[in-house]
Design a protein around this ligand. Structure first.
Ligand code: AHM
Ligand code: MG
Length: 345
């Protein structure tokens, strides 16, 4: 028997059948995001040729400055979504203020928040980068969207996902019915279902953190990382595989790529608060378009996301670009990190 080939479009349509009242608006919104991802992927794949062909971030042969890749990704997502009548408002890591839907276009019932090109410094060294998105429902009363629609806690998301532009391009998303991963077949330009129903192992073997910040962390985080590296002679066997300490360290410096590895293989990603930069007492990562969408995904896959003391999904945002410490991944690993932070601060 040959395996079924399921395109992302077919998958979205099949999911839509679970909701007989659905108008298709939501399905189309996801499809618009997938299309933007394909366009961004095409440019990311050409990035190394920038100096030669005059691509993003470089000067082209006419001597004109070509758009940088993160700006390109940002504009692509906005252009793909501002006129469709599906959204009432957007926000992006690249833009300080809210992104209203232009007056000439109809306003819809969804809200889109995104990080267009996460880990963009990795572009220069040909390493993986990503896009993260989060979708909410409009909750404000007015005819157009407002800040109130954007400042919603993570548990109110209706869908979230990310695209990782790695050795291949993958889109992983959840609309509350499990987590599904699609790999882009560049020869036909389609995302094909490659990872249905992703489940994160309850305990992992990897930890991902910028250990260069060790001396700026609180004592709880330092002790937790020391613990992960301390050999434990009582090796546990789970599904025939030995797991236990020491954990292996893996850190790309692209949240999406580090998260993706740990989602599939098990483990914990951390970006704790640190005292390195007094302007960033809450770590580096952003609640609305980095932590919350990945928290939605990880919970759907059976994992957890915490700021060290509470679930990311329950934090009420106070501002668009608010930062939050992040501990995310396998359930038991995140629980252990919280134990150390609870005890030692
Ligand atoms: P960016 O959105 O400006 O790219 O920053 C976010 C990135 C994450 O992808 C990554 O996990 C983190 O910054 C790495 O930071 P650091 O270099 O401090 O380890
Ligand atoms: Mg980012």
């Amino acid at each position: 028997m040959t395996a079924k080939i399921i395109t992302i479009e077919r998958h979205f349509l099949e999911q839509q059948r679970f909701f007989p009242q659905a108008s298709g608006e939501f399905t189309n919104l996801l499809y618009d995001i997938a299309l933007a991802a394909k366009i961004i992927s095409r440019e990311v794949n050409k990035a190394g040729l920038a100096g030669i062909l005059g691509l993003a971030g470089a000067e082209n042969i006419q001597g004109e400055q070509v758009m940088k890749l993160d700006v390109f990704a940002n504009e692509t997502i906005i252009r793909m979504n501002d006129h469709t009548g599906r959204l009432c408002i957007m926000a992006s890591e690249e833009i300080a203020d809210i992104i209203p839907i232009p007056e000439q276009y109809p306003c819809g019932k969804y809200v889109l928040v995104f990080d267009p090109l996460d880990g963009s410094s990795n572009i220069d060294v040909n390493a993986s980068v990503g896009t993260i998105f989060s979708i909410h429902r409009k909750v404000s009363d007015g005819p157009r969207g407002s800040l109130e629609d954007l400042l919603q806690p993570g548990y109110k998301q209706v869908a979230a996902g990310y695209i990782v532009y790695g050795s291949s391009t993958m889109m992983v998303y959840s609309s509350g019915q499990g987590v599904h991963g699609f790999t882009l077949d560049p020869t036909v330009g389609e995302f094909l279902l490659s990872h249905p129903d992703i489940q994160i192992p309850p305990r992992g073997k990897y930890y991902s953190v910028n250990e260069g910040n060790y001396h700026y962390w609180g004592e709880g985080v330092r002790r937790y990382v020391d613990y992960l590296k301390t050999p434990d002679p009582s090796i546990m066997l789970r599904a025939g595989e030995a797991i236990g300490r020491p954990y292996s360290s893996r850190y790309m410096g692209t949240l999406v790529a580090d998260f993706h590895r740990n989602l599939l293989a098990g483990g914990i990603f951390m970006y704790p608060a640190d005292s390195k930069d007094p302007r960033k007492p809450r770590g580096k990562l952003r609640l609305l378009y980095e932590a919350a969408p990945l928290a939605f995904i990880v919970e759907q896959a059976g994992g957890r996301a915490s700021d060290g003391t509470q679930d990311i999904m329950h934090i009420q945002p106070a501002s668009l670009h608010q930062r939050v410490p992040l501990f995310i991944g396998s359930r038991e690993d995140v629980g252990k990190a919280e134990e150390f932070i609870g005890e030692f601060g």
